[in-house]
Design a protein around this ligand. Structure first.
Ligand SMILES: [Zn+2]
Length: 278
């Protein structure tokens, strides 16, 4: 992956530690520094300090320390280049790639990043399906019935999985995704006893995209609308290398700013409850 030195320099010049970490953590000012509960080890009293003057952070509990780029790498679990892209996106800095990308560099893109790209593709696919005749008559009408506005539907990446065994599989393969990655991302399944038979995990259901704190889709929840007694009401993505369920709270990405501003948070059970309250 080759992000140009110019882009990296622009990001380093523009980034501010208080803003970058503030996207993730509530911080309190005490003296010269800001303090937060460390996101890297469990604690109830803040030992995670942020120095705006030095543009570094340090945890006195677990020892994690670094600059804003290191923080994004650690909290998102991504590499240096991806962290630069992430911060560039936050500040609206255009990312220039070096033209000399070798096949080896392309392959070096790690598995985690491939999974996130595949999940992003699936999210876009489900969102687009909502505008098909089938998506409109079944999915969109359900969301409207729940009182969800077009803006809310867009904000939460609500979507629709068409009825059929391989709609996503075929679209993803045409777009160049390998079956192995789609399997690892939890998007497709192998038939028990016949690994050559693969099919979409989500079929004939409305889709709730589950985002990480920075808005990348990690997995999906899917609700059936037809009255089929043999099918579970909800199907969810499994645990994957990028989706650790105990680390993710549905709706946090959309709510984080308001939670910080109001210093208040309501927890409810269920996707539609979260979206309705929002
Ligand atoms: Zn710590």
């Amino acid at each position: 992956m080759g992000i140009s030195k110019l882009t990296t320099d622009k990001v380093k010049e523009r980034m501010d530690i208080e803003e970058v970490i503030g996207d993730y953590l509530p911080m309190k000012k005490k003296g010269q520094n800001l303090w937060a509960n460390c996101p890297f080890h469990g604690e109830k009293t803040p030992s995670f300090s942020i120095s705006p003057a030095k543009q570094i952070y340090k945890c006195f509990g677990c020892g994690k320390a670094g600059d804003p780029i290191q923080f994004v790498m650690d909290i998102e679990g991504i590499g240096f280049q991806e962290a630069i892209k992430h911060i560039a996106g936050r500040y609206g800095i255009e990312v220039e790639e070096d033209e000399t990308r070798t096949p080896e560099q392309n392959e070096a893109q790690n598995e985690r990043e491939s999974l996130l790209i595949a999940l992003g593709f699936a999210r876009d696919f489900f969102v687009k399906n909502l505008q098909t005749p089938e998506g409109k008559s079944i999915g969109l009408s359900y969301f409207k019935e729940r009182g969800f506005t077009p803006a809310i539907i867009e904000k939460f990446d609500l979507g629709y999985a068409l009825d059929g065994w391989d709609n996503l599989l075929n679209a993803a393969k045409s777009a160049g995704f390998k079956e192995e990655i789609l399997l690892k991302a939890g998007l497709i399944l192998q038939k028990e006893g016949d690994a050559t038979r693969i099919y979409d995990r989500f079929r004939n259901r409305v889709i709730f995209s589950i985002h990480n704190i920075s808005g990348k889709p990690l997995g999906f929840g899917a609700r059936i609308l037809t009255k089929d007694k043999n099918q579970p009401k909800y199907i969810n993505s499994p645990e994957t290398p990028v989706y650790h369920k105990s680390d993710v709270l549905y709706g946090m990405f959309q709510a984080k700013k308001a939670i910080r501003d109001k210093d208040n948070c309501y927890l409810v059970e269920g996707y539609t409850d979260v979206v309705s309250l929002h």
